[in-house]
Design a protein around this ligand. Structure first.
Ligand SMILES: Cc1cc2nc3c(=O)[nH]c(=O)nc-3n(C[C@H](O)[C@H](O)[C@H](O)COP(=O)(O)OP(=O)(O)OC[C@H]3O[C@@H](n4cnc5c(N)ncnc54)[C@H](O)[C@@H]3O)c2cc1C
Length: 278
């Protein structure tokens, strides 16, 4: 009897150890599968600028280091971050930005920033030098992408409004299990203003069945096979998926463009559920 009791205790201890081991194992597995991000939605955190590359006269790519070479930013697809800086008067300014990197890019994140001559946050980025720190808070945003959410996205972007589209498109296309189609219309003033053109063209070449891009310019070069002028209703009709419950049109651009695009999209019969403005 005594022997049995000793055995019971031994079995109990054995079971407890096994349960603990499974728990710890699961926690390790879970944490290694879902790495914790570096963002805090309540507080600004500082990230060091480690590289700055000028892409055109007013656009630069900023690379910020994460705490370790294997850290991930932890930004859900479709969301953005708030960046805090100082304008030319020394006043605090906070603006939204979407990294062009995903959580598959470890150890760092990148921002492609268009700097406007009179822009308040533009001033902060213009002044930033390698070694400086940027205060960042997030994730932010009402849009969260889940694979299979829709059959097809139409995307209408203007200028720096390309960054949220690029992030969503990259996440979709780089996931071999995701069959979502992406139709992008990207508007700019001149050819030199087109941001991420090399990256967009290489996505279009690599995933021709799932990704198409149609560029529109106000001032096109002499040889130009894209659209000319402002994005029209006809261009949207020709280059975006037709209205359907499993289609969504995303837009992000300067306020006057967003307003014009909303009117076009309404007129073409896309319901409010079929539209989203970043
Ligand atoms: C979800 C989201 C993500 C974004 N991601 C990025 C990003 O990754 N990279 C990026 O560069 N920007 C991005 N933006 C835009 C960014 O938030 C700022 O609006 C932009 O950097 C201008 O801020 P500013 O303080 O310098 O200019 P402001 O002080 O707000 O504006 C001053 C002047 O600059 C000019 N200006 C400002 N914005 C525009 C514009 N969009 N088009 C034309 N002229 C303009 C106007 O002349 C304006 O009067 C994003 C916006 C949103 C909503």
């Amino acid at each position: 009897m005594e022997c049995l009791q000793t055995l019971d205790v031994q079995v109990l201890v054995g079971v407890a150890v096994a349960v603990l081991a499974i728990g710890v194992g699961a926690a390790v597995l879970f944490s290694s599968k879902k790495p914790k991000g570096c963002l805090d939605p309540e507080n600004f955190k500082e990230f060091k600028l480690v590289k700055r590359v000028q892409l055109s006269h007013n656009v630069a790519k900023f690379t910020f280091a994460l705490p370790t070479p294997t850290s991930v930013l932890g930004l859900p697809i479709g969301q953005h971050i708030s960046c805090r800086g100082k304008d030319s008067q020394g006043e605090e300014v906070i603006k939204p930005y979407t990294p062009t990197t995903l959580d598959s890019d470890v150890g760092h994140f990148e921002l492609v920033i268009k700097m406007y001559p009179q822009g308040r946050m533009s001033h902060h980025f213009r002044e930033m030098r390698v070694g400086d720190y940027l205060a960042v808070k997030g994730p932010k945003g009402r849009f969260k992408y889940q694979p299979g959410q829709v059959r097809a996205f139409g995307m209408i972007a203007g200028g720096s409004g390309i960054t949220p589209m690029f992030q969503v498109a990259r996440a979709i296309l780089e996931n071999p299990k995701d069959r979502t189609k992406v139709h992008l219309i990207y508007a700019n003033v001149a050819y030199e203003d087109i941001l991420l053109k090399e990256e967009l063209d290489s996505l279009a070449a690599k995933y021709p069945e799932r990704f198409q891009v149609y560029y529109v310019l106000n001032q096109p070069p002499e040889l130009w096979d894209g659209g000319v002028g402002f994005v029209s209703k006809e261009m949207i009709q020709a280059h975006c998926p037709a209205p359907a419950p499993d289609v969504k049109i995303l837009r992000c651009g300067p306020p006057p463009m967003n307003k014009a695009m909303a009117a076009h999209i309404d007129a073409l019969g896309y319901t409010s559920e079929m539209q989203f403005q970043f």
